[in-house]
Write a protein that binds this ligand. Structure first.
Ligand code: NAP
Length: 248
């Protein structure tokens, strides 16, 4: 991409561990970076720190689990900033428990935030991408959507659902200059993962043939590749990035 011809990228869940690294990498690659946030208090501090670090990114509020909130946010971004060329569906939550203990709210919250959000965001940017004959849609799934995980029926179902969405939409828009791909990270060294007790972390790392956690910047690098012009023949794909934890 021509560094001076800035494409607008929207990263949902921008203020989280992976979202922050994605925003920084995409900014470094010359994108006009727009982040989405949910929790205001956290967002203010995040934006201040990003500006201090030299990242002139912008942040818009929206609940991506809700269609109307997402539609209003995207309309505001496109009015204030310009058309969204690249969408990274990254926002996500977990509510881990065995199915036998899972309530309807725990199921719905995870499906709405991790999977319905992908519909809510994509549906609201797609017509513009079709009109402009260019688009990049990158869905952040998880190794646990590929292999399943104890206590994560809701999360695994949502993350696995992204693959069907990615493959089907990729076929629908393949002739229109729009690519749709999924990234499935394994365990990444975000604050949340680093906060787990050392004993548990040791057990997690022991499952990874590379013997380490992934870096947030390693996932961000893959996002920036899939967002670039260089990835134009790749669509409907899933990229595992898990240090060999799940191979198939
Ligand atoms: N970290 C890992 O090891 C790992 C591995 C595999 C996959 N993933 C996936 O990667 C993505 C990012 O993970 P992360 O580790 O960076 O998690 P994180 O630090 O918890 O960040 C998640 C982000 O999603 C946002 N979010 C939650 N609900 C939202 C909503 N309704 N509307 C808009 N934003 C919402 C959060 O905003 P607030 O904080 O404001 O609520 C937060 O910014 C997730 O989809 C996760 O499932 C992570």
């Amino acid at each position: 991409m021509d560094k001076h011809n800035k494409r607008v990228v929207l990263v949902t869940g921008a203020t989280g561990g992976l979202g922050t690294a994605m925003c920084k990498k995409l900014y470094d690659e010359g994108f006009h970076v727009v982040g989405n946030y949910y929790t205001k208090a956290k967002a203010d501090a995040w934006l201040e720190q990003m500006k201090k670090d030299g990242y002139n990114v912008e942040l818009f509020h929206g609940d991506v689990s809700d269609f109307d909130s997402t539609a209003a946010m995207i309309k505001k971004i496109e009015t204030d900033i310009g058309p969204i060329d690249t969408l990274v569906n990254n926002a996500g939550i977990t509510r881990d428990m065995r199915l036998i203990n899972m309530g309807k709210d725990d199921w719905n919250a995870v499906i709405n935030t991790n999977l319905n959000s992908v519909f809510n965001c994509t549906r609201n940017v797609l017509q513009g991408m079709i009109d402009r004959k260019f688009g990049r849609i990158i869905n952040i799934s998880s190794v646990n959507g590929q292999r399943g995980q104890f206590g994560q029926t809701n999360y695994s179902a949502a993350k696995a659902g992204m693959h069907g969405f990615t493959k089907s939409l990729a076929m629908e828009v393949a002739k229109l200059g729009i690519t749709v791909n999924t990234i499935s990270p394994g365990y990444i060294a975000t604050d949340m993962v680093m906060a787990v007790p050392e004993k548990v972390l040791t057990q997690i790392v022991a499952q990874v043939p590379m013997g380490r956690l992934g870096g947030t910047e390693e996932v961000a690098h893959l996002v920036s590749f899939l967002a670039s012009d260089k990835s134009s023949f790749i669509t409907g794909s899933n990229y595992s990035i898990n240090g060999g934890q799940h191979v198939y």
